[in-house]
Design a protein around this ligand. Sequence first.
Ligand code: ADP
Ligand code: MG
Length: 687
Amino acid sequence: MEGMAPKESSGAKNALTRQPVGNPLVASTNIFMHTKNETPADALARLIQENQFVGWVYQLDYEQALVLTNDAWKERARGVPQNCFLLAAPAGPVQAAGEIVLLRVIGATPLPIDDKVALAKIENCKQRSPKPAENQAGTATPDEFRYGGLRCRVLGAFYLREGKLRLGSDLESYASTAQLEVFRPTGAALEMIVNYISPERAAAAEEEARRLGLKGDLPRFSIGTVRYASTDRRHRGDAAEPATFHLNAVDFLARRTAVFGMTRTGKSNTVKQLVSVVMRTGMERGLKIGQIIYDLNGEYANANLQDKGSIAEVYPDDTIRYRMMPTPGFELILNNFFRQISEGHNTLRGLLEASKLPRSADLEAFLSMDFIEPRKEECNSDHEFNRQSAQYQLKLAAYQAMLARAGYELPEGFRITFEVNPGIRNKVNPSVDPAHGLTATQAYEWFYLVRQIQDELITTKGASWIEPDTNVLINLLLQKNDQGGYIPGFRLLQPFKDYHAPNRSTDVCDEIYNHLVAGKIVILDLSVGDPVQRERLGKRIARHILRNSMAAFNAGQHPSHTVIYVEEAHNIIGRHEPLTEIWPTIAKEGAKARIATVYATQEVSSIHPNILSNTENILVSHLNNENEINELAKYYDFRDFSTSLIRAQDVGFARVKTLSNPFVIPVQIDKFDPEREKQRVRLGKPK
Ligand SMILES: Nc1ncnc2c1ncn2[C@@H]1O[C@H](COP(=O)(O)OP(=O)(O)O)[C@@H](O)[C@H]1O
Ligand SMILES: [Mg+2]
């Protein structure tokens, strides 16, 4: 063993030729910028921390490196946890070599002489007596017992090009004779690794930022610190230098992000962190980023007991909460069917179609009709426009009368109001003028009489003055088809009464979209209400956001930034959705419309494959079974973390792959701290 490796002090041998690392505890927002007197090559040298020497690469190829290490070196570097990053550089000034290899520890590897050493170790143990430790204080450990091998994956190489630090994701070549010194980076050096962003991406991001009118550094969100293992006494202990991990706004905005992990491993916490950093970035930079949360458990809207402090409580002025049930402090998600006619009719159509009832001719006609007001520009004459308007008013009145008959509550003070010409008015009931407004019962009676007159007209003249759609609506209202036979009519609508909000005056989708454009946080509390209804509503709102933002994009404008968070996404974004459905469409097209999606679920396998393969950022905490791990292991280098993901159940311990980073980074996500956020809001809020 002697002579095979240098003495322990040799790690510091080149200390004079390398730059010491700056104070790593100083916040490093600009770690890729060189200080005035520093040359770019120094940036490369700054990656190497002499005191973190852990061994030598004794074998290298494109895929893996084998590292000889020693207990004493490991001890001094505060351990070498599995999955930790290592850097390998040739002995001597790194500036001259021009390249540093980035490694990830995958496991241990036996050294060629391990069998002999193991025999000697066993002999050594046999000679010890099983007595208390103090009696053995003098027992010496032979030097060769202290060596071991590490198996590492080659993640890439840092090098310089045109004065900029670059990270290639492979090795271009390697020297078989190379003896590379290996270091375990911490603090600022580790931050450089995990926050690396390629010059191309940085340039693209800067251009995007300029378009948005952003000044200064590119926005990036600090979301946690590097963590390798569940046991973190040493690598994250008091003496250790933490390395902050940032999510680049350009990786996040207009992109897809998945948050996976078993229940209570910190998914919602991650979402809250994201919501608040986006909010903060928006406030600091004067950028409006609308955020909407599909909150299936009601944990963002209400201060929940375990966490004291919800998003709604932290940002009271910028949060609007919606529910499907009237609740103080919440807006109703639903529409008023008497005022938002098309929206209401669309909702009913969807519900009826989904309910798969047998379809009578009248029901079929009801499903295929629409409620589009006649427009003057589209009519040949004023006379024609007036005729069409009168017909439309009558149709609307018949529809409203039918809703009322089915038990849909009229808005306060609302009357069913329409104009009819005096001839018809006198014929139907001279004592009632619908232009003054009718109650539900009056409207029913009026149409009842209309139907009688019409039946007479048809028998005597074979014609009717009522248009087909209106006729269908009257049939449904009176539960009678054209032949006079019974039909269930309005009764078919009774089960859907709860979708109607009698007190609302604007379309809820428009209202929500306007909030988003204004940079607000919209929380859809879907914890109450019928699951079918919540899925439909969820989709309708998502569709509205996409449609409006796409319209802006197609008109050559920049749509405003939106982030959509979907909690318990397996309930909303099903694996078996057709690709034309709204969620896969948003995943595919959302980027153009500047829509970012963040979805959280414990089931990797439940997510539509098309969404998952289009997802740029993935954050995963503990998963409890091989199926889910295997699903995930198809992506990037998550396979390296299979064991650790199943084994470590620590809350907030995530493995993170972002768009900018070519490999997965293990991160402990910061805990969302409502009090600190409130403080920030108080201090940072623009006047
Ligand atoms: N990064 C973290 N650090 C510390 N505690 C956390 C962290 N993330 C979550 N927690 C706590 O763990 C609990 C469960 O977290 P939660 O985010 O609700 O999990 P999930 O959404 O995965 O079910 C909560 O009480 C939360 O405050
Ligand atoms: Mg949750």
